[in-house]
Structures are given as structure tokens and as C-alpha cells.
Design a protein around this ligand. Structure first.
Ligand code: KIV
Ligand code: ZN
Length: 387
């Protein structure tokens, strides 16, 4: 079984979320939690972009003991020098350099010809390789680049010493089939004697970031980039916690291992949500508040007979205390009875039947029935019986 490397960019691409800005202290705390979660590589920032970003990368480089620390750099010597300086104390440093390769980015943003882009890749990847053992190269907007030109750009980077090739779906334009095929195409056509790691980097504009990343893995990618809670520009990045759980649950299909400590998933998600101020939607996969909640009577009944009927992930697996069976208008008698037991009531069948009717009446009027509501309902029943 091969291993998928997890590359977390919550502190770089994730911080590009509008309105999100982590302090250096928060970044260090997040980095330590990500190390506990088990990421292989953390992109601690973009050192040349600001003094604060430089300092954060420097501080994280000092405290990371197991994971590799990387910094982003444009294909500009100054950026590469800044990354080198910021990562001086890292135990396992690497650099991530990028330049756009799509026609629209080259013409309008970079104002460079394709030949100039190729020349820059050759010069700057070689320069980065003089300073770093591991150089990751990203052809930005790869999925809107012309395939032949993308291959030429990647081949140039590999020839200049890059050992990780990251294929960004910068604007979330691709789909699982197409993105997977792109990995196959590059893996089959790039010529080299060295081992190259192909990495995915997806954005969620069309809601396919996680699916695209998984398709890349199915097609030979051995590194996945993303963020916790899918934080990031616009609709965000690949939610790494979802990929980690998908690889675990569907090991039969993907056949891959990771070094992610899944039990730290919820803690990691909570920390990032707290520091970013971006709350996790209730219905979000894996870490959403409803991810382990079953409300309808049929589901609750099945769950109580065997949790596997409606749960493919156990809450314990990802560090969530337990599943819940919230009581609402669709809930059935089985879950209602279990709840009464949990609250310490022992009622006869007749009493349960009576209480259940009253509960249903209340649930028609009120969305969430709390324990307090239930106690009040049962107290009412007791009082009425006493009259
Ligand atoms: O989305 C993107 O293209 C990026 C690159 C810098 C890798 O974040
Ligand atoms: Zn990105």
C-alpha cells in the first residue's frame, strides 16, 4: 500500500479567505495542532508577501519537529531568498514555487510570452534547487492551460530539479474525470529517472474540490493539498479532513494509507473555526454539527438496532463524543423511548404511548425538542394524571 502525503495550506491559501487573518501566535498554535493531526507538510505562509508572514514562517519552522515546513514563492529570486531565510531553522524545509501557465494568466496577469514563462521556470527552479533539497513547482491555473504547454512547463521544472509537481485547479474549473486524466497524462509523459511526487491542489468553485483531489489520488497523485474546513479564496480549497476520512473509509477503493491521526480531526477543525471566525456549516461532511445526528423515525430506529445502518463513519473515529438522535416531528417511538430512558424515566408502555402523542403535538409546533421540553412535557403528564 502506498502513502498519501497531506500538505496543509490553511495558513497560506486558507488565510486568503476574505476576512480571515491569523496572528503569529494563532498560526503557531494551528501549526502545532496540524502536526498532532499528522500532516506531512505545512505551508506556513508566503514569506516575501509581508513581514508578518515572514515571521510566522520563521516561528513555525522553529517549532515543527516532525512535519516538513514550506513557504510559497513566486519565480523571483527575492521571494526564493526570503523563503530560504525564513526556513533556515526548519528541520525539514522545502519550497513551493509557482508561475501561471494558462493563456489568460500569461497574457493578462503576467504579461509574459509562453517562452518567457518556460525560461523563468528553468532559471528559478534551478535557483531554488541550489538552496532546497525539495522543490515543489506549481503551474498555476494548470487546468485551463494548454495540455502540451503544461507538459512542457512541468518537464522544464523537473529537468531543473523539482521533485514535487503540484497541479492547481486554481479556479475550481475541472471535474473528477478530467482532473484524474490530467494526472495520468503528466505521469505517463514526463521523462525522468528520478521519482517525482504529483500533488493535487483544488478549489471548490463548482463544489468538486474533494472529489477532484480523490480522483487525482486514484490516478497516481501521492500528495494532496488543502485546508482544514475547506477554508480558502472564494468557495475555498479541498477540505483535508474529508479526504482523510474518505481514504480511510474507502481504503478498499483507493488502497492508500495516510499518517493522519483521525481522532484529532474535530479538535483541529474546532481550533481553526475559532481562530478564523468562520463557523462550520451544520451539514458539512465529517465535522459539521449534524454529521452524526439522525432525526427521522426510520433512521433512528435503524440506528438503534445497528448504527451501521445509517453511519459509515463513527463519531469516535474523528474525535466526536457521540452520535445524537435529536427529537423532532419525524422522530419515532423507539428513539423517544430511548431518550426517556436516558433522562432517567421509567414509564409503562401505556404512559409512553400517551407521552408520545403529546410529544408529537409539541414537535409539530417546535423544531428542536430539548431535554427541558421533554421534562416539562412529562411533568405535565404527571400533574394531569394526579388530578
Ligand atoms: O490555487 C493556486 O493556484 C495556488 C497556487 C499558488 C498553488 O494556490
Ligand atoms: Zn490555491
Amino acid at each position: 500500500m502506498t502513502k498519501i502525503q497531506f500538505f496543509d495550506t490553511t495558513l497560506r491559501d486558507g488565510e486568503q479567505t476574505p476576512g480571515v487573518s491569523f496572528s503569529t501566535e494563532e498560526k503557531v498554535a494551528i501549526a502545532l495542532q496540524l502536526e498532532k493531526w499528522g500532516v506531512d507538510v505545512i505551508e506556513a505562509g508566503f514569506p516575501a508577501s509581508s513581514r508578518e508572514s515572514f515571521r510566522a514562517v520563521e516561528e513555525i519552522a522553529k517549532v515543527a519537529t516532525k512535519m516538513s515546513v514550506t513557504g510559497l514563492a513566486r519565480l523571483v529570486k527575492h521571494d526564493i531568498d526570503q523563503a530560504f531565510e525564513a526556513l533556515k531553522e526548519a528541520k525539514f524545509p522545502q519550497i513551493h514555487v509557482f508561475i501561471a501557465t494558462s493563456p489568460i494568466h500569461m497574457e493578462y496577469k503576467l504579461k509574459m510570452t509562453p517562452d518567457e514563462v518556460i525560461a523563468s521556470i528553468k532559471e528559478h527552479v534551478s535557483y531554488a534547487r541550489e538552496k532546497f533539497e525539495i522543490v515543489q513547482f506549481s503551474p498555476e491555473d494548470a487546468t485551463r492551460s494548454e495540455k502540451d504547454f503544461l507538459l512542457k512547463a512541468v518537464q522544464t521544472a523537473v529537468d531543473a530539479g523539482a521533485s514535487v509537481i503540484n497541479i492547481p485547479d486554481t479556479v475550481g474549473y475541472s471535474n473528477p474525470q478530467e482532473y484524474g486524466e490530467l494526472f495520468r497524462y503528466l505521469i505517463e509523459n514526463v521523462q525522468t529517472d528520478r521519482e517525482i511526487i504529483y500533488s493535487s491542489h483544488c478549489h471548490d468553485d463548482l463544489g468538486m474540490a474533494v472529489s477532484n483531489a480523490l480522483s487525482a489520488i486514484k490516478n497516481g497523485s501521492r500528495r494532496v493539498e488543502g485546508t482544514i474546513n475547506g477554508l480558502g479564496e472564494r468557495a475555498g480549497n479541498t477540505a483535508l479532513e474529508e479526504v482523510a476520512v474518505a481514504l480511510k473509509i474507502r481504503q478498499d477503493y483507493y488502497g492508500q494509507e495516510t499518517q493522519i491521526n483521525l481522532k484529532e480531526t474535530k479538535n483541529t477543525s474546532d481550533l481553526i473555526s475559532r481562530f478564523s471566525g468562520i463557523s462550520v456549516p451544520k451539514n458539512k461532511a465529517v465535522v459539521g454539527g449534524n454529521a452524526f445526528a439522525h432525526e427521522s423515525g426510520i433512521h433512528q430506529d435503524g440506528f438503534l438496532k445497528n448504527p451501521n445502518t445509517y453511519e459509515i463513519i463513527t463519531p469516535e473515529m474523528v474525535g466526536v463524543a457521540q452520535s445524537s438522535l435529536p427529537l423532532g416531528k419525524l422522530s419515532g417511538r423507539h428513539a423517544f423511548k430511548e431518550k426517556l430512558k436516558e433522562l432517567g424515566y421509567t414509564l409503562s408502555e401505556e404512559e409512553v404511548k400517551e407521552a408520545f402523542i403529546r410529544f408529537k403535538d409539541l414537535a409539530d409546533k417546535k423544531n428542536n425538542i430539548s431535554d427541558t421540553d421533554l421534562r416539562a412535557l412529562l411533568t405535565g403528564q404527571t400533574i394531569e394524571k394526579a388530578k
